[in-house]
Design a protein around this ligand. Sequence first.
Ligand code: NAD
Length: 376
Amino acid sequence: MIENVVGVFSLPLGVAANFVVNGRDVLVPMAVEEPSVVAGASFMARLARNTGGFRATASAPEMIGQLLILDVPDAEQARTALLAAKARILQMATAVDPVLARLGGGARDIEVRVLAESPIGLLLVLHLIYDTRDAMGANAVNTALETIAPLVAEISGGRVHLRILSNLADRRLATASATFRAADLAFGEFSGAQVRDGVIAAWAFAVADPYRAATHNKGIMNGVDAVVLATGNDWRAIEAGAHAYAARSGRYTSLSTWACNADGDLTGTLEMPLAVGIVGGATRAHPTARAALQVLGVSSAAELAQIIVSVGLAQNLAALRALATEGIQRGHMGLHARQVAIAAGARADQVEAVANQLVRERAVRTDRALEILQAN
Ligand code: NAD
């Protein structure tokens, strides 16, 4: 799959339980090295079940490809000429991928943008909107861009420089929402209403502050990336799209929204770009990814995106609930202790006992793990 291979780097593959997405029970494979992610998602999915689970949607699988056109004599004239030639450009772009065309995909539209304020002056940019069906679509879009580039150069009177997909896939959005009963959120000495209001206050912090929003969204991506990775999809593409989308207003903010409904329950919504495929890339080439897609039982890229965005929402609440109550460390460190024991050199048969002792002593640290190992 890649160059200069010397081995295979494995990650734990877990399965999140309890998820109901659009009325369907689904087991969700997650590939991730961080303890407590799979447990957190599964727990929140269990609470969401009490109100029917996650409702999720996905928009059309439309990707955006970009052509950068330089040395244009007259940008406005070029813009008008390109828009006038739209039908010809779309036809040429669609013809590039007969498989996609047969499946109902292909080029949908063009947009021409004039960027007035670049460091080298005015830039002309053509966006090619391309429906890539059940593929992530980078290759189809990039090929289409390279194919139409000479025609676009000719029409615009300039020269085409970059020809590449945009990872800000803001026409390929997935949305999940769910309701969590306040009573179900009660935890230790915290009442359900306290947890609900604590979660909303934590979310408000992320809305107002990029320093918090970055971590808030990282919590969402803990869940999203794990499923993206398990299904052989490009998690860098998903990460780039998510964070660019979070900054679309000009200020980086929360991808999710939390509120209290008329019944006093907690409602959450997450909307983000999710350019994932169930064909193409590594999705069918990697045997584990293929198996993960089978476990998910999805029949379209849209359905996969709906599940992933639901996991993101669940993961977000798991983190917010912990932060709004006992803090993130208590539950996390218990699960993290095994990793610390292994890092300190514990053999497989010692890991459990060392981890338990670290948790009992509330000293989940490598130096203490080393002492325990040396004493044995
Ligand atoms: P791909 O080219 O491997 O497969 C997609 C192709 O499969 C389609 O073009 C189509 O011809 C065919 N196909 C068969 N059945 C289909 C169906 N039901 N729906 C859609 N297409 C179907 O993969 P891709 O999705 O074009 O590209 C994904 C890969 O591109 C990833 O590995 C990604 O890492 C890489 N990539 C990403 C970027 C970026 O994100 N900026 C840039 C370049 C490459």
